[in-house]
Design a binder for this molecule. Structure first.
Ligand code: NAI
Ligand SMILES: C[N+](C)(C)CC(=O)CC(=O)[O-]
Length: 488
């Protein structure tokens, strides 16, 4: 059964949560008194649909259903997870929890997006505080994985574990704080930088743009992949962290920061910051800036993913969780095999407005890799000195794959022997075949770069599939050569 999340408060953050849950296959029920909430969430969702699937090399779950409701009582109906994202005001948050807990399912968990309030402050408004915990996300919630989970003794161990599992299930990285504190971890760090930046603008040391340059051309790039302590460990050179502290520790007492003082936010200072910010970024709308931000985040996260590092390692782990099991994973051989699914992403579209040709080969290649994994040609097999190489491919384009199409592939083994696999893949968009590939794979000794027989287990696995597929009709276009007329 599809899980349901209720989103109470659908602004910047509630909208991001709604998108994160929906794109991970949850149904989402929203309550927000703002008459523009539906439109705003629609716009956030449109950006998220373009962005989030780009992080994955497997198809994401089918999108859940989104609905809007006139009251909290109705919105929380049937929800396993209720995410509160109302304004950062304790009185509004307290009233919201009272309403949620009067109507939610008894075992529903209530996450609060609160940036600064401690969970004990949130829980004090209700008689049954157990379900309420801080689940503080980062904007854009649909892309950034971190969620600070802050709890108190009122939260049971089981509920905390359940919350962590739910958040991991939607691709997030719950960071459970050892103890509660105002503004948790990340916002304490961000506020320190923010306060210092306000001083620098106020004192005419730098403009808003120059401060952003100092971050994006320098330490911001380091922070995205190593954080603070790992970066400074390296900055200590071979002598490491202790040397770093010995050298730079004393500076903490020098006038390098004004952290304890807050510049007075006079009308003049606010006007100065706002006009510098307009000059810096006013040429683009907020939605355009969001798309720019998302594309850049995707680029950074994809490259971390390729290295299985930092946030990229999390995406890989989530991908393994959501990848649908291959046909045949339980020893049963389907005819044809259905081994791969993919979503057509924006970067796959060419100037003709449909999927560009090399992406077809990518999908066929991914399907072949899935077949090889299925018959036991895994990392260990390759590391042991053997693999299959594709030595011939014939692709036929039969239809158009469009942005957002969910593609599935089928695979028929036409024949095989100890060295060769002759196969026929088809890509389908829905029911329609959009392309086929007939390929010959050759088993090789990859150290010697020469053909050789597959090892016995792999040979047996491919023989079993070949035997099962022997009864299938041969595809009309198998054996076809380029330029041949379509019908006899
Ligand atoms: N904006 C940000 O960068 C981040 C904000 N947060 C936290 O998320 C929460 C929400 O912040 P934003 O989304 O930025 O604010 P927002 O102003 O964009 O959205 C708040 C939404 O709550 C709705 N609302 C007001 N009263 C309500 C009520 N009684 N019941 C239901 N909905 C109500 C408003 O109509 C509005 O759509 C705050 O606690 C904030 O600290 C957390 C992470 C980042
Ligand atoms: C500005 N803010 C304190 C609401 C920011 C956050 O809470 C997290 C974020 O996304 O930066």
């Amino acid at each position: 059964m599809t899980d349901t999340a209720a989103i109470i408060g659908g602004g910047v953050i509630g909208g991001g949560w709604a998108a994160r849950f929906l794109l991970n296959g949850w149904n989402v029920r929203v309550f927000d008194p703002d008459p523009h909430a539906e439109r705003k969430i629609g716009e956030v969702l449109a950006n998220a649909r373009l962005a989030l699937p780009q992080l994955y090399d497997v198809a994401m779950p089918a999108e859940g259903a989104l609905s809007f409701h006139p009251s909290i009582a109705e919105a929380v109906e049937g929800a396993t997870w209720v995410q509160e994202s109302v304004p950062e005001r304790l009185d509004i948050k307290h009233g919201t929890y009272r309403e949620i807990l009067s109507h939610a399912e008894r075992d529903a968990l209530v996450g609060s997006s609160a940036s600064g309030f401690k969970p004990s402050e949130l829980q004090e408004s209700v008689e049954r505080p157990g379900p309420i915990m801080v689940a503080h996300p980062f904007n854009p919630v649909y892309l950034l994985p971190l969620v600070e989970l802050v709890t108190t003794d009122a939260n049971s161990k089981e509920d905390i574990e359940r919350a962590e599992a739910i958040l991991r299930g939607i691709g997030m990285a719950p960071l459970h704080l050892l103890n509660e504190i105002d503004a948790h971890i990340a916002d304490r760090l961000l506020e320190a930088v923010w306060r210092e930046a306000l001083w620098l603008v106020r004192d005419d040391i730098a403009t808003t743009e120059e401060i952003d340059d100092a971050i994006r051309y320098g330490f911001g790039l380091r922070w995205a992949q190593m954080g603070l302590f790992e970066t400074y460990r390296i900055a200590g050179g071979e002598a490491g962290m202790k040397h770093f502290i010995a050298q730079f520790g004393p500076c903490l007492h020098w006038p390098w920061t004004k952290l304890t003082d807050v510049p007075e936010l006079t009308d003049e200072l606010i006007e100065k910051i706002a006009s510098q910010s307009d000059k810096q970024s006013g040429a683009l709308s907020i939605r355009q800036l969001e798309r720019l931000r998302d594309e850049n985040l995707i680029g950074i996260m994809r490259s971390l993913k390729d290295r299985d590092s930092a946030a990229g390692a999390l995406i890989n782990a989530h991908e393994r969780q959501i990848a649908r099991p291959l046909a045949g994973h339980d020893g049963e051989v389907a005819a044809p095999l259905c081994l791969w699914e993919a979503t057509v992403l924006p970067s796959w579209i060419d100037y003709n407005g449909h999927m560009t040709e090399y992406r077809y080969l990518q999908v066929f290649g991914d399907t072949t890799d899935a077949l090889l994994r299925m018959i036991g040609v895994n990392r260990d097999y390759v590391a042991g000195g053997h693999s299959y190489y594709t030595v011939e491919s014939h692709l036929m384009h039969l239809g158009e794959a469009k942005l957002g199409d969910r593609l599935t592939t089928t695979t028929q083994i036409l024949s095989s022997d100890e060295k060769r696999i002759h196969l026929f893949h088809t890509i389908l968009a829905g029911e329609q075949s959009v392309a086929t590939a007939e390929q010959m794979l050759l088993h090789v000794d990859n150290k010697e770069s020469r053909a050789c027989p597959a090892l016995p287990d792999v040979s047996a696995a491919i023989a079993k599939i070949t035997q099962k597929h022997a009864g299938m009709p041969r595809p009309d276009t198998a054996g076809r050569h380029t330029g041949q007329r379509r019908s006899a």
